[in-house]
Design a protein around this ligand. Sequence first.
Ligand code: ZN
Ligand code: MN
Length: 142
Amino acid sequence: MANQMVKDAVNKLKKADIRITPQRYAILEYLIDNHSHPTADEIYKSLEERFPNMSVATVYNNLRLFTKIGFVKEMAYGDASSRFDFTSTRHYHAICESCGKIVDVFYPGLEDVEAAAETLTGFKIKEHRMELYGICPDCQAK
Ligand code: ZN
Ligand code: MN
C-alpha cells in the first residue's frame, strides 16, 4: 500500500519531468510512511544522518514542488511552521491541544458551507479547511 503510493507519486514526478534524486525519494517516502503531518524541520532532522549534505532549504523546496504537483498539501499556520500532508483524498484534521498530534478526519466535504459563504460574503470561494481541536485518546488516558 505504502509502496504503491510511493510508486504513484514517482510516476507523477516523472510525468512532470522532475528528476528523482535520492533526497527527493527519501522525503517522499518519509511523508508516506509517517502520516504525522510533519514540518520541514522534522523531515530534515530524520534524514540528515542519511544525507549530511542536505539542507532544510532542500527539504522545503521539495515539499513546495510536491505541493505544486498536487499530491502534498501544505497546512499553513500563520507564523508557526507549515505542516505537510501527503494526501489523495480530501479530509479534515483533529488536533490534540495537549500533545499536538494531528489526525485525519474523513467526513463528507462541506460544499454547502462554501455555497452559503458565497451568498453571505459575495466571495468566490475556492477551498476551505477545517480543524477540530480537543484532547486525543492517548492524552485522555493520562
Ligand atoms: Zn494528545
Ligand atoms: Mn491529513
